[in-house]
Design a protein around this ligand. Sequence first.
Ligand code: WTA
Length: 677
Amino acid sequence: MAEKEVVETSEAEIAVHWQEEDYVYPSPEFIAQAWMTDKSIYDQFSLENFPNCYKKYADLLDWDEYWHTILDTGDAPCWKWFVGGKLNASYNCIDRHLAKNKNKTAIHFVPEPFEDKYEHITYQELYVRVNEFAALLRDFAGLKAGDRVTLHMPMVPELPITMLACARLGVIHSQVFGGFSGTACADRIVDSQSRILITMDSYYRSGSLLDHKQNADVALKNAEKNGQKVDKVLVWQRYPGKASSPTEMVSGRDYFVNEVLKDYYGKRVDPVSMPAEAPLFLMYTSGTTGKPKGCQHSIGGYLSYVTATSKYVQDIHPEDVYWCMADIGWITGHSYIVYGPLSLGASTVVYEGVPTFPDAGRPWKIAQDLDVNIFHTAPTAIRALRKIGPDEPAKYTYNFKHMTTVGEPIEPEVWKWYHKVVGKGQAIIVDTWWQTETGGFLCSTLPAITPMKPGSAGPGLPGIHPIIYDEEGKEVKKGSSKAGNICIQNPWPGAFQTIWGDRQRFVDTYYARYCKDPNSKRWQDWPYLTGDAAVEAPDGYYRILGRIDDVINVSGHRLGTKEIESAALTVNEVAEAAVVPVAHEIKGIEPDLYISLKPGFDASAELAQKISNTICDEIGKIAKPRTVWIVTDMPKTRSGKIMRRVLGAISNKKDVGDVTTLANPEIVTQIQEMVRN
Ligand code: WTA
């Protein structure tokens, strides 16, 4: 069993415990059109009917060969869903829609520059482009089923095209968030042993065309240093036929996709029929130790789960225009921009840029232009749009029937603005709680069945049976509104299969904590530890308080405090580093960094800047600390451990509690004064 991580200050600790709010009900118009209105759905998916209830989800897909075993628990806790089944994800997301809907828009692409035209890619065009690129991947890059390939791409249609081309061949894609640095990309190349990197020369962000190609050069250099050589870099051009990056191409290694692709025009590639439990993709996420974990998601289980939840929770109908403003580089984008919506044959929007460019009216203009009626975003974006442009939504004539919030707890105040102003009082809201590991939603209201409650995610979805345990492993009384560690009692098809190349870490991190018998092959003995603290209200609604481990959630993006600390420690002058979460008005949580220096070095603004820059280079701008506090010493226990709990309290302007037992209590007042000023 894994040793319990000692976390001295966590998000859950600084969580705001707001009041339980009153229910808000969906309109009769919404209910009349909703996919899921049958209240018996919760019974159909009760634990007694588990796992057979999930046949309903599998049957939303087209299978080349139908499965024979719904859930195989023989290799517990690595669950296998729909065993014996064969299918192809790209076939399910594209080919099966062609007969009736080839002329329908699959992807609406909105470039960030105001003057650039929107692109509307039909299912037929998506089919053609995915086939041609799949042929290139197979014949030019030499990729075959089971190979891993790293993608480091921005929010452009070429990203879903690349993902689907990989899926067509059974190649496992690993997309690294475009905003991550070349160094962060290198770590993921090495861990997944990719020999091909697919990237883009440049993209727009807040009005400037960024040189993205340079990150590929850094990534390759670092990957090679760590033992993974990349043979080919495939570079999409942001403007085909035009050079948009000043970084040189390396001859014999770097290839412009647009040039090579000419040899593959008109080519068709049969979708490779893959076992349901073969991996579809890896998605790296931050954990409690420094190294990011490659969460491995399956083809059959994952695709059925995101298809079903897109249908029943997102309520996506064929005539809807659906826009999820997340980045495809995160799990939300994989599940709810690409795989879920396309599997349903929907029209999905891909927006390149930031929501507030050039002003806070941008999202509502896009919604108006495309007649978007389902909108999906995160609290951090809602807070920012509310702060900068509270009156903007009223200026545009769009109509949302449905809106989603995801990624962080949402304050009831912010929820109400989202509902009243963005949703114009008409749209229903689902607050969906889930994780990279879980593939799709865990808790949420069902939009036409369970009423909304601002600030609460809602009950477990049908088939998801949460349970809250205390530190000792005793169940916290149901509906008692007492905080504890929220777990899921049963497996579900969307759950990740393992951590790439590290089964032991998978078991230790997610299943060891509350496992009833490590030799058991029964799923009942393996509750899944989510790593979040939560409370359950008497009505069965869950409110998520935040992470209980060393992970912090900045603007809805997961970062490991250990990752940031190790980046800081690469700076020569730095002796010790400690990161703590701080509450932030827009971002929800922000990292605050405390540093002590090696003897002989002095604190200066330049040094603080250098440390901050190093973190941006090592990880990416999203990890930039709020402040780098260079302190003369860290508050420490007598055994020399840094007391992050004390630093966390100081950063959040909270009571530091009793510090008299520290080795150096006098330092606390000194740091407090520094932070206060
Ligand atoms: C947090 C994002 C409150 C939670 C899909 C979880 C949320 C982590 C919510 C996963 C929500 C996600 N309310 N907190 N609706 N959704 N979280 O892996 O702490 O990037 O563990 O997946 O975000 O972040 P990840």
